[in-house]
Design a protein around this ligand. Structure first.
Ligand code: ZN
Ligand code: CU
Length: 481
């Protein structure tokens, strides 16, 4: 009789803690890692030869908009194919719950759901759906401020009243009690732009008392970014909640020094003891809804999808504007609702972010977009293959730490993010010589290369022939194991 369910034999273990790699066998029993070391005397029902491969914890994608994909396309192909075993959803103030709408929701809520998708009077009802039909990877879900405002206020273009704040606080409390891991804002987006900082502090305090985290898409990443950082820090301090600054970046075209300024601020605040971390993704272009005020500030803009003009998907905004004989703002108005990829970052700054010890890796992928940003499929292999191996900017041990243990600890994912005896068996086996992203701006829906095996809670969900069939994902976070 075999001793173990699975043994991964002879791989180089990178355990997630930044410790240097070491050769070891890894045994899995049920959903846990049973042993790490020389297991040459042990037997298993399934033995996988991992010689020449890295065996490391499954990646935690800390910034996603996978809410609907978790519910509907539970095989999570864009994620598990790149080694992601847990996604954090509900970012940027946008969550599928709690909100009921019969029509297509207002921007940017349409980034995660179309008509009929917002059908959850409570957060518990959404968590129930994820539990009843489990996705292939684990889900840590946050409740979004934008969703709460749209669900609670008749007119979001003003500060919330005391009654409205009280109603939203009750909803944050319900979400946290139902398994949410935190509260997020998207203060740059229309539903939240007019809110006061005090409103956010009050709502974040409720999440704080339940052990949650605060993730924020700030008011601005442009010229006035400095006040946005100060606001994020103040919310963290006054609500007594750990902060994650979402998709840390800076648009250099309107202020070339802004990146150094932002990183300087970030480092100083952390050194002074502020409980702040950030996530970032490894690309020079961003992606979100087509909004005229966003289009105005960016240089090159690629239209990913447009409801009224689907024939323009994948085309350059300036070319469309020229064809129509209008300016880019008018073109954007005609194309909305829709999505776009915005260029305007600087490669040197992307490199600084990717190697920064205070920055976790998060894709910010948007699965609902037709012609999505390639980050949806390529983020993690791109950091490992392009930035760590090919450019040699950091050790893989360091990059993997900021995709696994650092991220799991930040979001309260108990027993995850490490290869050690007793930890939950979320594991990736990959080839360090060939791992690389295949998705690009022209052809964005491509699985990465070099990923050999992916295990979630001890079950194989992906290997070199594609899906392995299992769908063992769980809702994870502060309240649930
Ligand atoms: Zn965002
Ligand atoms: Cu986002």
């Amino acid at each position: 009789m075999s001793e173990h369910g699975i043994i991964l034999r002879g791989g180089e273990v990178i355990d997630g803690t930044k410790r240097l790699r070491f050769v070891a066998d890894v045994a899995i029993d049920d959903d846990r890692i049973a042993a790490v070391g020389d297991l040459s005397d042990s037997t298993a029902e399934t033995v996988i030869d991992a010689t020449g491969r890295i065996v490391c914890p499954g990646f935690v994608d800390v910034h996603t908009h996978d809410d609907r994909m978790l519910r509907d396309a539970g095989d999570m192909t864009p994620k598990v194919s790149q080694g992601v075993t847990t996604v954090v959803a509900g970012n940027c103030g946008i969550s599928l719950a709690p909100f009921v709408a019969s029509e297509r929701p207002t921007e940017p809520l349409d980034l995660v759901g179309d008509q009929g998708d917002y059908r959850y009077p409570t957060f518990a009802a959404f968590v129930d759906d994820l539990t009843r039909q489990a996705p292939a990877c684990n889900a840590a879900v946050m409740v979004g401020h934008g969703t709460l405002r749209v669900a609670t206020m008749e007119n979001t273009q003003r500060p919330a009243t005391a009654d409205e704040i009280a109603a939203m606080k009750a909803k944050v409390g319900e979400a946290m009690a139902s398994g949410a891991c935190g509260f997020s804002t998207g203060l740059e987006y229309p539903p939240a732009r007019k809110c006061e900082t005090e409103e956010v502090i009050e709502l974040a305090s409720v999440a704080a008392r339940a052990g949650g985290i605060y993730a924020t898409h700030m008011r601005s990443y442009h010229v006035n970014a400095r006040t946005s950082y100060d606001e994020a820090a103040r919310i963290g301090r006054e609500a007594a909640i750990p902060v994650v600054i979402s998709h840390f970046h800076c648009h250099v075209e309107d202020n070339p020094g802004i990146c150094s300024e932002a990183l300087g601020w970030y480092e100083k605040s952390r050194a002074a003891g502020a409980d702040i971390m950030a996530d970032a993704y490894p690309y020079e272009a961003s992606s979100t809804s087509i909004l005229p005020e966003f289009v105005e500030k960016r240089t090159r803009t690629l239209v990913t999808w447009s409801k009224p003009h689907p024939e323009m998907n994948g085309r350059d905004l300036d070319a469309i504007a020229a064809e129509w004989g209008v300016d880019r703002i008018e073109a954007a108005n005609r194309l909305a609702p829709g999505g776009a990829i915005y260029f305007g970052r600087d490669e040197e700054n992307v490199k600084r972010l990717m190697t920064h010890p205070g920055i976790m890796i998060g894709s910010d992928g948007i699965p609902l977009q037709r012609h999505p940003h390639p980050r949806l499929w390529g983020t993690f292999p791109r950091v490992l293959g392009h930035y760590a191996r090919d450019l040699g900017l950091m050790e893989m041990e360091d990059a993997i730490h900021r995709m696994t243990a650092a991220s799991a600890d930040r979001f309260g994912l108990k027993d995850r993010g490490r290869i050690e005896t007793g930890a939950l068996a979320d594991i990736v086996v990959f080839d360090p010589a060939t791992i690389i992203d295949k998705a690009d701006f022209m052809d964005p829906e491509q699985p990465a290369a070099g990923i050999d095996h992916v295990f979630v809670n001890g079950m194989e969900v992906w290997n070199t022939s594609g899906h392995a069939g299992a769908s063992p994902g769980r809702v994870v976070g502060q309240r649930l194991a």
